[in-house]
Design a binder for this molecule. Sequence first.
Ligand SMILES: Cc1ncc(COP(=O)(O)O)c(C=O)c1O
Length: 477
Amino acid sequence: MLSTDPSLQNSGHRYLPKIDNLENLPSPNQELLPLSAKVNRSDCLEIGGCDLSKLVEQFGSPLYVLDEFTLRIACRQYRDSFATYYSGESQIIYASKAWSCLAVCRIIDSEGLGFDVVSGGELYTTLKAGVKGDLSGAEALRDRIYFHGNNKSADELHLAIESGCTIIVDNWLELDMLAAMAARASQHPVPIMLRLTPGIECHTHEYIRTGHLDSKFGFDPSQIDTVFTYVSQQPALNCVGLHAHIGSQIFERQPHQDLAEVLVEWMKKAQEYGLPVKKLNVGGGLGIRYTEEDDPPAIAQWVEAVASAVEAACQHYQLPLPQLIAEPGRSLIGSACVTAYTIGSRKEIPDIRTYIAVDGGMSDNPRPITYQSLYRALVANRMSAPLSETVTVAGKHCESGDLLIKDALLPKTEPGDILVMLSTGAYNYSMASNYNRIGRPAAVVVNQGEANVILKRETYQDSIRQDRLPERLVNFP
Ligand SMILES: Cc1ncc(COP(=O)(O)O)c(C=O)c1O
């Protein structure tokens, strides 16, 4: 159900995607606004055919607004690009840590993608969303869901084995536990992949860099022979592939090409140990545009770079092409969503700064306070108003650092105006908290004028749902 509305052919506002041909849509990760964004006759921002100020009237704020069209286009661009640029088999799996909830999993499943999950909770959500192996039985769950994590619990490993997904083994403790559990499991051998640290540096924030040797994730490559020997002696484990991930929000292509080469070299070694390695997973990491200064490659350009590096390395080592897996999160969903806030109080400090406060903040978007991430915003109910002042957009939490955007260039705003933060689909809802007992916002998915709630707003009752008051405290003293 994708819109072919010619009014998508949009121009005018500085942040609107330039779309002149629906057959040749831009890469969503290169845009600041979702692809269906436009300005309507009332000078309001519309996404998926829904007026943002009306959405706030109906569903309240803060409100995550997810554009189904953009999400589906990103899925298709990944899929089509792999089909175009890679001669072997390929599979895209969604890194569900970017945003895990039933509706997002359903949309992505319906586009034929698989899933990367990192916890029992993410696996449970994916299964509850109805993700399963192909009905014909040709593709089992092990080829759709991949279970990651650097400290999986015994319960999580049991759940993973029982559900039949592939487990991406990260460390020795897990390998030992899994070998013992797999030997007792009714269905074995259990399919596994091994995560190794590739020793590749890339330019991104240190908290989201994972490929360098000093990382908590994956086996150290100096132990590769011992790991391969151990795994080759475990009849209950079937090591079908290798995995590495170098980090997130990366614009350079070279580190991913280097990674592809390293993985192919390891695949050759694994085969020397008799391991049936036929899958290589290059992780995710392609960045998105949060501000005008960000210039990520298009999805197709990234895929071409990775695919050609794998093919060249396989040719060099005279190996057949593996099934190539990529697990993007941010570049699939990040640009498909915006967050709408209502503007409240204002504080002007002469010659220093003007703050405008919104009705959310670090609890619905912890990225600025965690990574000093930059964002852009606009005033959705007056899209053509001149940009006349520079202000700092503050959240409502009890932290001075709870600032969503420093120095945002906006029209003069009034309390009640709708401020929309762009590119909030990835690592916003999924990292949200209840700090200050503020409930998590609602989320709606929009498409062709329809808006459906996919996450209910948390209420005061929700905030005490897990609280327990022991009897002896009730009547104390
Ligand atoms: C192992 C792994 N795979 C995939 C991803 C997704 O990365 P991104 O959202 O940057 O595509 C991450 C996130 O950092 C990750 O840790």
